[in-house]
Design a protein around this ligand. Structure first.
Ligand code: SF4
Length: 688
């Protein structure tokens, strides 16, 4: 549509996985304004967007944008290069690593900011062109424990509900989710649920803004989630408050879970987690009284050395109370980056999965992809992202192609991550900006943002939505799929995609859960939720209405025991640091730091300290504070607040100058999902 010299087109937000849709008013070069799309076409956000969706687009025209490829000159300094030269250098470097150390010495970090189609190609590029299964993405740092925990209990590693279940439920049970800041428009839905008379229970180490709306807010110590979740489940079972019929008909493993939770009495839970015994009981009774309950969580549950167990414990709780598969019931992990559900998971840029969670280890599946992609593929899984950084130490990996991520800041153990990036034999970074990781690269390839390209994203309720190009591409930058195609063809392949629709057609022909999701239908229907098996299938609003996606069709309950952080408090480090996001920033800041309006509200990280703790250490609001762990130290500004308990401190993750991952550890990982323990690190603080 043209309005005078202005164009207006709809697209999907590139900031978070709520997946708001909005119209963009543009003169082709700049975003001038946005407004929520026609609610018919945007069932997720209806008429809302948050501050980032409304205002934060300066990054697209930032002077810091990379507009041409960069290579190093003979002195190791950066200089601009033609695409021809940069691609030749990249291909030569990849080939040198492969020739000297073998295909499996290469690694790829794929981008959950990129489209589904591009992520499909990132997985294909790793396996077909580089010949390795070592391809992973930022899901490893956040919700891969959700995927592991839900896959083994229910079958699909994704939310079982649709956003509209928030309107149909009686009780929303939230834990480890700072919903209003990390998923603002979902936060609005939760608040609306409360205004409409619905119940809300929040368990969290921080009294976040959403907790202010709760009927019950219970403060917990970070890192002991299996204890309090099992305590709630035990109370329900012991007092016959669980759903016996549902358990009988639709689950297996109940007796084992009953046995496993038997030691978690309310009094024991209080002793370990700090959650008052009475609040364990009242939370359990509220779940039992509600006809319909939704269980929502974010990274406060998953980013632990036992994140998979935490998620399995929540899945047990939802199933024993019969809260799965009916309207207004289910589990809802709120995914983080805009396309981590679709690009990071569904499209299979993963060491053990092809698109649609088809297993690399499954001979039949692997043969299907070998035939389609005309290559041999090893049945052995590659390294997960967090393992990659340790594998470089052992010499098992030597080269990396890093697309749209910033591991220098986002990996646990920043000092270690920087050493690995510095020392690796060959590194290509593809990004919009010269981010902290790109500074270590041999070649930097300029990519474009979601505003400058077309494709699809999948949001947190499995909804595939259209991304439309609303701005001209900046300078000589290219879409990720175009760059991948150029590299693949220089490495002897014959990719011939003219557009992302052609990529989507190939992908869905190989991916049963996306079988009916064509671009045309997504445009027409305003989004389709997977699984969508064929053109006639309407998509799936709610999972598990009839059967779970397990071999026997039942929820396989998994007994979960006591778990504690790998970095528990000690005399030397008597406080626990937990980390997270703030409303006005996004991840490592590449997209939000260029926005002056945003920076006015939040231009630095800080540390939240309880007033009693601050007084004990002689710290006042606004003082610089040193935080030390066994891995390093940072200095940040104190925010003295009752949001956190006396032995917990909280710091955000958004600024390189105070990189909080200096304090975390690359070795503290969940044993199954390999998710790092970002949410509980023993620290000490002191005034500077
Ligand atoms: Fe974008 Fe998330 Fe804000 Fe919606 S809530 S406008 S998807 S950042």
């Amino acid at each position: 549509e043209r309005l005078g010299e202005l164009t207006v087109d709809d697209t999907t937000c590139g900031y978070c996985a709520v997946g708001c849709r909005f119209d963009v008013f543009t003169d082709g070069e700049e975003v001038l304004a946005t407004r929520a799309t026609d609610p018919e076409k945007s069932p997720v956000n209806d008429i809302s967007t948050c501050v980032k969706g409304k205002f934060s687009y300066s990054f697209a025209n930032s002077e810091e944008r990379l507009t041409s490829p960069l290579v190093r000159d003979e002195n190791g300094e950066w200089r601009e290069a033609s695409w021809d030269e940069a691609l030749s250098r990249a291909v030569e470097g990849f080939q040198d690593v492969i020739d000297e150390h073998g295909n499996e010495a290469m690694s790829v970090i794929a981008s959950s900011k990129a489209t589904n189609e591009e992520n499909y190609l990132m997985g294909k590029f790793a396996r077909q062109v580089l010949g390795t299964n070592t391809v992973d993405n930022c899901n490893r740092l956040c919700h891969s424990s959700t995927v592991a925990g839900l896959a083994k209990t229910y079958g699909y590693g994704a939310a079982s509900i649709s956003v509209k279940d928030f309107e149909e439920t009686d009780l929303i049970f939230l834990t480890g989710s700072n919903t209003t800041e990390a998923h603002p428009v979902l936060g609005t839905r939760v608040k609306q649920h409360v205004k409409d008379g619905g119940d809300l229970i929040v368990f969290d180490p921080r009294e976040t803004q959403i907790a202010e709306y709760a009927d019950q807010y219970t403060e917990i110590r970070p890192g002991y989630d299996t204890v309090w979740i099992n305590g709630v489940t035990r109370y329900l079972i012991e007092n016959d408050l669980y759903d016996e019929a549902f358990v009988e008909e639709r689950t297996t493993g109940f007796e084992e879970v009953k046995e496993a939770v038997s030691e978690f009495t309310p009094e024991y839970v209080e002793e370990v987690t700090g959650a008052p015994a009475e609040e364990i009981k009242s939370a359990a009774e509220a779940i039992a009284e509600a006809d319909r309950a939704v269980f929502g969580w974010t990274l406060g549950i998953t980013e632990h050395s036992h994140g998979t167990d935490n998620v399995a414990a929540l899945a047990n709780l939802a199933a024993v109370t019969g809260n799965v598969g009916k309207p207004g019931t289910g589990v809802s992990p709120f995914r983080g980056q805009n396309n981590v559900q679709g690009g990071g998971g569904d499209m299979g840029p993963l060491p053990d999965n092809f698109p649609g969670y088809q297993k690399v280890a499954d001979d039949e599946v692997r043969e299907k992809f070998e035939e389609a992609w005309d290559c041999d593929i090893s049945p052995e899984r590659g390294y997960y992202t967090t393992e990659m950084f340790n594998a470089f130490d052992d010499g098992a990996l030597e080269g990396m192609y890093c697309i749209g991520e910033n591991p220098s800041l986002s990996e646990p153990g920043k000092t270690h991550a920087d050493e690995v990036l510095e020392e690796m034999e060959f590194l290509v970074v593809q990004d919009l900006f010269m981010n902290e990781t790109a500074k270590y690269a041999d070649v930097v390839l300029p990519a474009v943002s979601f505003l400058e390209k077309e494709g699809t994203f999948a949001n947190t309720d499995r909804r595939v939505q259209k991304v439309n190009q609303v701005l001209e591409k900046k300078g000589d930058a290219k879409a990720d799929w175009e760059i991948l195609q150029l590299l693949a063809n220089r490495m002897g392949r014959e990719w011939d995609y003219d557009n992302t629709n052609e990529i989507n057609e190939e992908m869905r022909s190989l991916t049963p859960i996306y079988g009916g999701i064509s671009h045309e239908r997504v445009e027409e229907e305003g989004g389709i939720q997977w699984p969508c098996w064929d053109e006639e299938h309407p998509g799936t609003e709610r999972l598990y209405t009839e059967e779970f996606n397990t071999e026997d069709g039942k929820a396989n309950l998994v007994p979960v025991g006591y778990a504690e952080p790998m970095s528990p408090q000690t005399d030397e480090f008597p406080l626990t640091l937990t980390t997270g996001r703030v409303l006005y920033q996004y991840h490592t800041g590449t997209m939000t730091h260029p926005e002056k309006g945003i920076m006015k509200y939040n231009d630095r990280d800080f540390v939240e300290i309880n007033p009693d703790t601050a007084a004990a250490y002689g710290i006042e609001n606004g003082d610089p504070v040193r935080i030390e762990s066994d891995k390093g130290e940072i200095v940040v500004t104190a925010q003295v607040t009752e949001r956190v308990g006396e032995d917990t401190v909280f710091a955000p993750i958004h600024f390189a100058e105070t990189a909080v991952n200096t304090l975390t550890d690359s070795e503290r990982l969940d044993p199954e999902a390999k998710t790092p323990e970002f949410k509980a690190t023993a620290v000490r603080i002191s005034p500077v």
